[in-house]
Design a protein around this ligand. Structure first.
Ligand code: ZZB
Length: 258
């Protein structure tokens, strides 16, 4: 599975995370790394998700940068030229998902330059980096979760301000219009992130329609078919240093929809 690792620089930590990280970073900038298969949708990021029951590490990439992801992902990265020392993990600190929630981060290429980290029930610790960037216009899971969080901010222990960025159109498809996720959530009568079965189906439909029939509505490659824009956006992000290739070894990929 070839993902794109999106580097979301932390601008402001929650007080809990700040306390844990004090004196541990050696002056490094810290980035949450989100693994995505849809780089062309990054224009529509409204937030980022972590799992509240997941433990994350802060790993030194080099003298200037550190990445937040699962230990499992960091181990994979050590063999992919992501860190300056090959085969070796240099963990600077450990953070609970709950401590990362509320952090303010940069969302590269998004129409919203800075967004917040929110909790999601269905983040798998065994897939990608354990950090998921959220595009509620085109990911049914992200849309359903964002709506849950808005409806029950107190229950999810979030400040409503963190979930206030609205979905924006990124690509259009003949079947689902300008925003496939809300269209599919409605069509399949999905009411919350707990509807995992229907969400898996919605994801499949959104993927296929977006990839084969989608046209870009935002960004550098506006007007181009998604099939062509996908790798161009990826290359553009990598070229600007806001993303890198991240692969998952075959056979170890556990899909959320499996
Ligand atoms: C942004 C995005 C925009 C995504 C979209 C999807 C969509 P798959 O096909 O099952 O491998 N993801 C990544 N890591 C995790 C994780 N640990 N737990 C839960 N979800 C995760 O799914 C790959 C996608 O699942 C990734 O691409 C990421 O969300 C999420 F418009 O990144 B995506 C129709 C989907 N649209």
């Amino acid at each position: 599975q070839e993902y794109t690792g999106i580097k979301m620089e932390v601008v402001e930590w929650s007080p809990a995370a700040h306390k844990v990280l004090e004196n541990k970073l050696g002056g490094r900038k810290v980035f949450l790394v989100a693994a995505t298969l849809r780089p062309e949708t990054m224009y529509g990021q409204t937030n980022c998700f972590v799992g509240t029951a997941i433990k994350y590490g802060v790993f030194a990439a080099n003298d200037k940068e550190a990445y937040v992801c699962t230990l499992r992902a960091a181990r994979n990265m050590t063999f992919q030229g992501t860190f300056d020392v090959r085969g070796q993990v240099n963990q600077l600190a450990e953070l609970e998902g709950t401590a990362i929630v509320g952090a303010k981060i940069k969302a590269p290429f998004s129409v919203y330059p800075q967004v917040y980290v929110l909790p999601m029930d269905n983040v798998l610790p065994t897939k990608g980096t354990g950090v998921v960037t959220s595009v509620p216009s085109d990911s049914p899971d992200d849309y359903a979760t964002l709506m849950d969080l808005r409806k029950k901010a107190e229950y999810y222990k979030i400040d409503p301000v963190w979930a206030a960025f609205d979905p924006v159109p990124v690509l259009s498809t003949p079947a689902y219009g300008d925003m496939s996720a809300p269209a599919l959530v409605k069509q399949l009568k999905i009411v919350s992130q707990k509807d995992v079965k229907q969400l898996a189906e919605a994801k499949e439909l959104a993927y296929k329609e977006g990839f084969y029939n989608g046209t870009m509505l935002a960004g550098e490659f506006k007007g181009e078919p998604v099939q062509e824009a996908k790798n161009k956006v990826r290359a553009s992000m990598i070229g600007r240093g806001v993303a890198f290739a991240y692969a998952e070894p075959e056979g170890l990929v556990i899909s959320r929809s499996a």
